[in-house]
Design a protein around this ligand. Structure first.
Ligand code: FES
Ligand code: FE2
Length: 472
């Protein structure tokens, strides 16, 4: 078992956080054996031990804590508000809400995007309803008709004679800060916050820039309210530790217990979870052929005439990399011969604190967005956006309209959703409900975390503490 090595009565316990899944290759060892080598951002490691104290649970169950998050954390952080492709033309806007705050993200010029506070400067009415998108020539208030140009400058005041105290030059709509990266529009309400580049740090920024996600478009967008505090929801997606128990159907071809975990500064962390290898929990119970079979059995022909019987010492991972390469070359009409096996196969999950997950892998490129429910700290709005490469003719398809699932619907009901993935999300949802209720029912007021596999949870909560002024 993992943990300690005792030799001749001498305790040689490794320093905390340095133990890895015993008897299993590391993620880096698996990747190093691949035929097409991985780029530097895959081959790096950046783990750091951050203590092993329990995480206090009031942060998940106390409505006052959620209110404090809105007053501090959400007002000071860079948040993914929309994709650039949601607002391609001048005048296009997208309303982004976070808790009580609301912004009209508007393309005010071909190469300029602003985030205006979504409130009339007369008596406060929202200028655009929450959840709306569109194209505007002006933002006219529906109550008394005060009007702003799309760049936020004041255009007109109804019965201006009655407002001699209103200087139109001073009645420009206030703005949050906007930065753009990889096709994403980020906003921050804090005028004194560091730039997005400083916030991410040089290493994480270089990773994100390497993926070229600006060359993708949203082809499927699904949202659903999940039955737990937003931080519990985020943290449920931060580790592969739960795969063997929660999603056993995928463990046969997933290096779960030997996944890699990294942290980058305060705002970014990641895991790399290899595919095409057996879970260390199942060593001795399955063959390489089983791994391949598990992967190809559900295939309805998309894999074409691939080798389905392993021979000559070939591994399932090798064959699966070849299959993925062929499949995606055909689908995208591109040459992927230099794209590494790891990028084709593996799951890379990055958190950009506080509301975004980026998955840059080729096989399932996704973005998650998480937002707390404004009125219920036990609910989280979860969105998954699937990205695809823009077609080679350069014509960018319009981004998919969000499919909004009801609370009682299965993820498998969203049209276009991969059924296996929908089942996985349903399994996570069921656990989240039990976890929220269990934390509220518990006599234990803290969560106990693994030093390695749950480092992203600790890292995330440490940053939450920093924003809430309770440094851990
Ligand atoms: S509240 Fe907007 S014009 Fe009166
Ligand atoms: Fe899960």
């Amino acid at each position: 078992m993992a943990g300690e090595t005792i030799e001749a009565g001498k305790n040689t316990t490794p320093p905390k956080g340095e133990t890895r899944c015993p008897g299993a290759p590391t993620t880096q060892e698996i990747i190093a054996r691949d035929k097409v080598p991985a780029p530097a951002w895959v081959r790096s490691e950046s783990y750091e031990f951050m203590g092993d104290q329990d995480i206090p649970t009031d942060r998940y169950i106390d409505p006052a804590y959620a209110r404090k998050e809105f007053d501090t954390l959400w007002k000071k952080t860079w948040q993914f508000a929309c994709r650039e492709e949601h607002i391609p033309e001048v005048g296009d806007y997208y309303v982004y809400d976070i808790g009580p705050y609301s912004f009209i993200i508007t393309r005010v010029a071909q190469n300029e995007i602003r985030a205006h506070y979504n409130a009339c400067l007369h008596r406060g009415t929202k200028l655009r309803a929450s959840g709306t998108v569109g194209n505007a020539e002006e933002f006219r208030c529906s109550f008394h008709g005060w009007c702003w140009n799309v760049d936020g400058s004041h255009k007109s005041t109804t019965c201006h004679w009655d407002f001699p105290h209103v200087d139109p030059k001073k009645f420009t709509l206030p703005q949050a800060r906007v930065e753009r990266l990889a096709g994403f529009v980020f906003i921050n309400m804090d005028q004194a916050a560091p730039s997005l580049a400083e916030y991410l740090g040089p290493e994480a920024l270089a990773h994100i820039q390497a993926w070229k996600l600006e060359d993708r478009y949203v082809y499927l967008h699904v949202s659903k309210r999940l039955p737990a505090n937003w931080k519990l929801v985020i943290e449920a997606f931060m580790e592969a530790y739960h795969v063997i128990e929660t999603h056993p159907q995928v463990a046969v071809s997933n290096g779960d217990a030997n996944s890699q975990y990294d942290v980058y500064g305060d705002h970014v962390d990641r895991f790399i979870s290899t595919l095409g290898v057996l879970s260390p929990h199942l060593y001795g119970k399955h063959t390489e052929q089983d791994i391949l079979n598990q992967f190809t059995l559900g295939d309805s022909g998309a894999l074409g005439s691939v080798q389905r019987t392993l021979s000559g010492g070939a591994t399932a991972r090798e064959v699966m990399a070849q299959m993925f390469r062929g499949m995606f070359e055909k689908a995208t009409n591109t040459d992927l011969s230099k794209v590494s096996d790891s990028e084709l196969l593996d799951c890379f999950s990055y958190t950009v604190f506080p509301n975004t997950f980026l998955f840059p892998g080729i096989s399932l490129p996704m973005v998650y967005r998480f937002r707390p429910d404004r009125f219920d700290h036990r609910k989280c709005l979860y969105e998954v956006l699937f990205l695809r490469p823009v077609p080679l003719d350069g014509q960018r398809p319009a981004p998919a309209e969000p499919i909004e699932l009801r609370d009682d619907q299965s993820f498998t009901e969203a049209a276009g959703m991969d059924q296996g993935f929908g089942v996985i999300l349903d399994q996570d949802t069921d656990n989240l409900r039990l976890q929220q209720e269990g934390i509220e029912a518990s006599a234990k007021r803290g969560l106990t975390l693994g030093n390695y596999q749950e480092i992203r949870v600790r890292h995330f909560e440490r940053t939450v503490d920093q924003y809430l002024g309770q440094k851990s």
